[in-house]
Design a protein around this ligand. Sequence first.
Ligand SMILES: Cc1cc2nc3c(=O)[nH]c(=O)nc-3n(C[C@H](O)[C@H](O)[C@H](O)COP(=O)(O)O)c2cc1C
Length: 210
Amino acid sequence: MKVLAICGAANKKRNTATMLKNAFDGALSVPGTSGEIVYLYDLNFKGCIGCHSCKLLDENKFARCAMRDGLTPILEKAIAADLILIGSPIYFGDVTGETRSFIERFVFPGMTYNKERIPTYPKRHKVGWVFTMNAACGYYKDFFSGLIGMMNYVIGESEYVTACQTQQFEDYSKYAATMFDVEAVKKRHIEQFPKDCEAAFEMGKRLANR
Ligand SMILES: Cc1cc2nc3c(=O)[nH]c(=O)nc-3n(C[C@H](O)[C@H](O)[C@H](O)COP(=O)(O)O)c2cc1C
């Protein structure tokens, strides 16, 4: 089983990347799995430009993103992977711009405007999401459900884990951030975040086993 983990967070050491690494390690704990983690912020790429080449009834173009940039080899790997793990912080109620651009370029070629709306990729994937955010747990439930529903339909069986009310700064006193209950955030980071990482590990393991 091939695993591709896509990190849509800029920082490789903070909440999202840490949780995603746990999900990846969980997947790799299953014998016979191999893969890699790709950091989207290391790549030079853009979102879908709406050229619709992927909808052309041309076997060389259909269901393939025609754009050529840093994401091109990653899209090939994603199509070939069995399990895709995606991590993103929540930025303004959505995934990060880089994650969104990846989704546009990966998911749009996987669907058509045909009446039957049959997904185009040769195989179904499994998808595990990691979301981290400042908000309280459950706040973005509807957004996650919509994203998971779309992935379930176009790409394959999907699920997600979250870390809420994450620690954003080491030292809150240095930032304009008085709205936070700093002690509660720090306590949660020490007590809850390791459990969130454990849940990410278990999700990776569960999906790789399925
Ligand atoms: C530009 C920006 C926008 C953000 N918007 C939201 C938001 O809309 N909702 C939320 O809950 N958290 C928001 N956050 C907080 C992050 O989602 C949260 O701190 C996350 O855990 C950061 O992930 P990281 O530690 O991997 O960088 C935002 C942070 C930034 C930098």
